[in-house]
Design a protein around this ligand. Structure first.
Ligand SMILES: *Cc1c(COP(=O)(O)O)cnc(C)c1O
Length: 359
């Protein structure tokens, strides 16, 4: 199988080997040492400011998004959320569900944001800002500098869903003043699903200390307290955490976050160069490195392309949902993919073109 989906993604042979091992008992000094190392490596890779902590929640990224809202925001906040795709919309629905007063910046699908989009909220008493830095559903990267400047001026608490932008585009928590960075094990971290790591700067730790999240499983105070001894309150996805240790150690050895970002960028650029003469147009006006979203030509059906590649070539791209289902498909660049893999995919797309499937 050749997997260009946006998660789960291809894992290295070393990571796959750990996934095939028996799952060890975890209330041990050995596992605690792995977890303490994981926390240090994750904070380093995210350029978290001094005094930051990280927790590793056993859930998918959506669980971590909700845990962060429950543990750092309250009815006393006035949040601003960017809604330009399905993940931004999910944040917005959670704010609604949890009774957090909020406004939304509605962005046309496929477009980024500018300072002018935030202008109307300068004096609106915004206390928290939520953004999916990479809106993976459309392949858009929002401008972190514009958002960080807004948050610095207004004092807003910045929550970044970095699930598809951490390790694929620049995301420096200290430089941007990001208080919370949420990620996920099966995106650029390229291991099995099951763990959503969250990095918490001191401003977030303060809010968590005061919070009354009203739930037990996602009480981050409890997760932080257990983390002090390298443990989790409940049984975690043990082998996914062991895979993360292997993977982050490898990223560190290969030059850290910047080297990984450069690698994903090159992988994306290589793909975009190879398809320049195919009848697709880039859907995203502000493309992120993690994924290329492609609009198909009139007469072509994006979902049929996805099915044909899967069934006849054992190649997986990523379909879209909703009203984009037949018009747009996505090609991921995260994980253990190479330029030769791009070549294989593009050769298959050229065969589909000969069959008349590209319009
Ligand atoms: C994948 C992803 C998520 C989380 O999706 P899950 O299905 O919960 O893993 C959230 N935000 C973004 C930007 C994503 O790419």
């Amino acid at each position: 199988m050749l997997n260009f989906a946006v998660g789960p993604v291809m894992s290295s042979a070393e990571v796959c080997a750990v996934g095939g091992e028996q799952v060890p008992y975890f209330r041990t000094d050995e596992f605690s040492a792995i977890m303490k190392d994981n926390e240090r490596m994750l904070c380093d890779l995210a350029h978290a400011p001094a005094g930051s902590r990280a927790v590793f929640l056993t859930c998918s990224g959506t669980g971590a998004m909700e845990a962060v809202i429950m543990n750092t925001l309250s009815a006393d906040d006035h949040a601003l959320v960017i809604d330009g795709g399905s993940f931004g919309h999910r944040f917005r629905q959670m704010l609604e569900l949890h009774g957090i007063p909020h406004d939304a910046v509605e962005v046309e699908r496929g477009h980024g944001i500018t300072a002018a989009d935030l202008e109307p909220f300068e004096d609106a008493g915004i206390t928290a800002f939520l953004v999916n830095l990479g809106e993976t559903s459309t392949g858009v990267l929002y401008d972190l500098d514009t958002i960080a400047a807004f948050c610095k001026r207004t004092g807003a608490f910045l929550i970044v869903d970095g699930i598809s932008s951490f390790l694929t585009d620049e995301l420096d928590m200290a430089a941007s003043g990001t208080a919370v960075m949420i990620t996920d094990s099966q995106k650029a971290l390229a291991v099995a699903p099951g763990i959503a790591p969250v990095v918490l700067a001191p401003a977030a730790l303060e809010r968590i200390e005061r919070a009354e999240p009203g739930c037990m499983y996602f009480d981050l105070k409890d997760a932080l307290k257990n983390g002090e001894r390298g443990q989790t309150p409940f049984t975690p996805a043990v082998n996914t955490l062991r895979q993360l240790h292997v993977r982050m150690s490898q990223i560190e050895a290969d030059g850290g976050a910047e080297a990984e970002i450069a690698r994903v960028h090159a992988q994306a650029q290589d793909f975009r160069d190879r398809i320049a003469d195919l009848p697709f147009t880039l859907f995203s006006q502000a493309p992120q490195n993690a994924v290329t979203s492609l609009s198909v030509a009139p007469g072509a059906n994006a979902h049929d392309i996805f099915v044909e590649l899967k069934d006849h070539y054992d190649i997986w791209v990523c379909p879209n949902g909703g009203d984009m289902a037949t018009k747009v498909f996505r090609v991921g660049h995260m994980g253990a993919l190479t330029s030769a893999d791009n070549e294989t995919l593009v050769a298959a797309l050229r065969e589909l073109q000969k069959k008349g499937m590209l319009g």
